[in-house]
Design a protein around this ligand. Structure first.
Ligand code: ADP
Ligand code: MG
Length: 334
């Protein structure tokens, strides 16, 4: 089990991470989400023992993870960390980069393992190519394969698919995460891209300015976004004042995703169409409601200037109103 117990950390005077506390079981995949600068990479580095904590503890089972003050070489051998700056050997082949830390005792076994790893990251076509000739995305895949070569118990990944093009990303993610599950490797992934993790992570930790603002499964967080920062990670969203959608006199906003709004014959929600955006399997329709923008999904494009009515499912409104957190202030995209 990975246990992070009340940790605090600062690079200089201001605290970069405050009171982070969570644990995950062996074989689980945790996503660390949050805006740029929220402290994701710092948290991964602390898990790897790159810095000394100001306060708190980190344990992997019975081993305490210690920073450079107590442990000169960061990174215990049961842990591998793929940073945003993967440092590879540019003048040797993909295969040699991956095989660097594998034993030479049984060369057939070594080659079998290299082939297996090359296939997981889908680099068969460039296996014999020198790393310096590869694209950024291909290099990132070599770094992933190398981290897996001597199978770690925990794998720490910092934005692992950021350089990889969309065409490859989806199949690579599936193949990597299913390999990790199959081998029962615990994994912590920092990302700001929902596609990297929502289908794969068992839990998610949301950081905001160095503090944990939520910890739960991706599905739970999506369905019960406590605030707009969490909602914005998953999708575009609308905010309605609670008084606009219920009889309540309470102050606050509820989050409604675009697919939760439908056109209606008549309703109290009257709006005027501004624009329809083609989005593949649907159109995202932008309407003006109470002088602000509301977005919803629709199968067809609607004409600008057209008057429409829309409706929102009562149960969704109830569910969102019940989790409302009015102390949090974060205003986003829409
Ligand atoms: P994220 O990965 O979420 O983008 P980081 O962990 O990289 O965030 O950064 C968190 C905060 O710590 C930022 O304000 C960043 O400027 C600061 N920071 C990161 N690395 C250092 C460093 N080596 N020295 C001083 N400040 C740093
Ligand atoms: Mg980062």
């Amino acid at each position: 089990m990975l246990k992070v117990n009340n940790i605090y950390f600062s690079y200089n005077r201001a605290l970069t991470l405050k009171n982070i506390d969570f644990s995950i079981a062996k074989g689980e995949c945790l996503a660390i989400a949050g805006e740029s600068g929220s402290g994701k990479s710092t948290l991964l580095k602390l898990l790897y023992g790159e810095y000394d904590l100001n306060r708190g503890f980190i344990f992997w089972n019975k081993h305490q993870i210690l920073g450079p003050e107590y442990n000169l070489i960061p990174g215990p051998d049961y842990m591998k960390y793929v940073s945003q700056e993967f440092d590879l050997m540019p003048f040797t082949s993909v295969e040699n980069n991956i095989g660097k830390f594998l034993s030479n005792e049984d060369l057939n076994e070594k080659q079998r393992r290299i082939d297996e790893l090359v296939a997981i990251v889908e680099l068969q076509e460039v296996a014999k190519t020198k790393v310096k000739y590869l694209s950024g995305g291909q290099k990132q895949r070599v770094a992933l394969a190398r981290a897996l070569a001597k199978e770690p118990e925990i794998l720490l990944l910092d934005e692992p698919f950021s350089h990889i093009d969309n065409l490859k990303k989806q199949s690579l993610r599936r193949s990597l995460y299913s390999y990790l599950k199959q081998q029962n490797i615990t994994c912590v992934v920092a990302t700001h891209d929902k596609h990297d993790i929502v289908s794969f992570a068992d839990s998610m930790l949301f950081l905001y300015q160095g503090e944990a603002i939520a910890f739960d499964s991706p599905k739970h967080l999506y369905e019960h976004p406590k605030n707009s920062l969490i909602a914005s990670f998953f999708d575009e969203f609308n905010e309605f004042k609670i008084s606009e959608v219920t009889d309540s006199k309470k102050f606050g906003v509820v989050i409604i995703y675009p697919h939760e709004i439908e056109l209606a014959q008549s309703s109290n929600f009257k709006a005027v169409v501004k624009q329809s955006f083609f989005n593949g399997d649907h159109f995202l329709v932008n309407v003006s409601f109470n002088n602000r923008n509301v977005y919803f999904k629709h199968t067809k494009s609607l004409k600008s200037g057209q008057q429409i009515c829309f409706k929102i499912d009562e149960n969704i409104i109830k569910k969102r109103a019940s989790i409302l957190e009015d102390s949090f202030e974060f205003h986003s995209s829409i």
